[in-house]
Ligand binder design. Structure first.
Ligand code: PLP
Length: 378
């Protein structure tokens, strides 16, 4: 099997599986809110996990909240900030190439009467600075939402200059940053990054599904999305799970080492595929300076889904548009927004890698693409 669909989800690492088993221990299974000694043990372990997770992300423990996924983190940050800070302004800015986790929150806010404005992006998927400045100049921007690495193309946000522009032109604007596809693939240090809120997802870094992280800088106030027993400082009610939080931490520890080596290995695979696929008349849609973990490519003569299923015959797994919207059979809105021709976008396939992928797999992939062209192209 060749699994080139790591941006959709990753396989759970052996270390994470072992950690989950370890944390199933009865000492940690008690309710962390219980007053007895098993409860005390559980909260001690849980808070230890929170502290270590915060340390690895460059945050303070009280700035880190465990959620069920990055979608929940995005909902909490975006809706929670606008709900709590009505006097900060009525406008939110973002781009139309964000993940649906962000776009649907913005849609929700716009139905509530907030002004949602979109910064234009260039052909490389990056926000255009003039457009960003124009939107900021209109005033009243309470929140700016961006994504560090685009999940469909791997386009890397020039975040430093964006954050700088926002801080100069609209100092009170708070920034939410989706860091889901960046974590473990490039350095992410929240203390120096310049984001006020950020989201992360466990299942994209070889943890199990069901765990995410929300970062909210200490002096940023937001309303919780989930209310109830007041767990996690009232930010996210619901009995805390040391197993899920511990699975996230274990995965984070694993991907936090060897980031440069991992990137170099994947870059070699990416470069090889770019060269070989271009030689076969395929069109590379990921920008040249994209994070090498994602390679979006349009195959001549094959609609995205057809190519996906042809590859599947050979036990090779890729995506069409992002997995969350794949079933709606739409052409990628990310590619269309970046100015890609609809016919080219309709044939786009996303290959996404992990450090576990090998050059041998890349070579096998090309061999199979040749066979698919020989057999199926009329
Ligand atoms: N943001 C980005 C960039 C993603 O790629 C994804 C998942 O595809 C999400 C957010 C949502 O993550 P989760 O599945 O943890 O809700």
């Amino acid at each position: 099997m060749i699994y080139f669909d790591n941006s959709a989800t990753t396989f759970v690492s052996d270390g994470v599986k072992a950690k989950i088993n370890e944390l199933m221990d009865e000492q940690v299974s008690a309710n962390p809110g219980a007053l007895h000694k098993l409860g005390n043990k559980a909260i001690e372990v849980y808070e230890g996990i929170r502290k270590e997770t915060a340390g690895l992300l460059g945050a303070k423990p009280e700035e880190i909240f465990f959620t069920s996924c990055a979608t929940e983190s995005a909902n909490t940050a975006i809706k929670g900030y606008m709900s709590r800070n009505k006097r900060a302004g009525n406008a939110v800015i973002s781009t139309r190439t964000e993940h649906k986790a962000t776009l649907e929150c913005l849609e929700y806010l716009s139905k509530l009467g907030f002004a949602v404005r979109y910064v234009k992006v260039g052909s490389d998927g990056k926000p255009l600075m003039e457009s960003l400045e124009e939107e900021l100049a209109k005033g009243g921007v309470a929140l700016a939402c961006f994504t560090l690495v685009n999940n469909e193309t791997g386009s890397i946000l020039p975040f430093e200059s964006i954050a700088k522009t926002i801080k100069v032109k609209s100092p009170s604007t708070v920034i939410y940053l989706d860091c889901v596809q960046a974590l473990g693939k490039m350095p992410v240090n929240l203390s120096s990054l310049g984001a006020d809120m950020a989201s992360f997802s466990g299942h994209k870094i070889h943890s199990i599904k069901g765990n995410g992280v929300l970062y909210v800088r200490k002096d940023v106030r937001i309303d919780p999305l989930i209310v109830g027993g007041g767990q996690q400082d009232g930010m996210r009610s619901g009995t805390q799970s040391a197993v899920l939080a511990g699975a996230f931490l274990e995965a984070l520890k694993e991907v936090s080492t060897g980031i440069e080596e991992g990137r170099a290995k994947v870059a070699e695979i990416n470069e090889y595929l770019r060269k070989e696929l271009t030689a076969r008349d395929a069109i590379i849609l990921s920008p040249d300076d994209a994070l090498p973990y994602v390679l979006n490519v349009s195959f001549k003569g094959f609609e995205s889904e057809t190519m996906l299923h042809c590859l599947e015959i050979y036990d090779i797994y890729v995506s069409t548009v992002s997995a969350c919207s794949a079933k709606t059979k739409k052409v990628s809105y990310v590619l269309l927004e970046s100015g890609v021709d609809r016919k080219i976008a309709a044939n786009a396939v996303r290959l996404s890698f992990s450090r576990e992928n090998t050059m041998e797999e890349a070579k096998e992939f090309i061999k199979r693409v040749d066979e698919i062209y020989d057999q199926f192209l009329i």
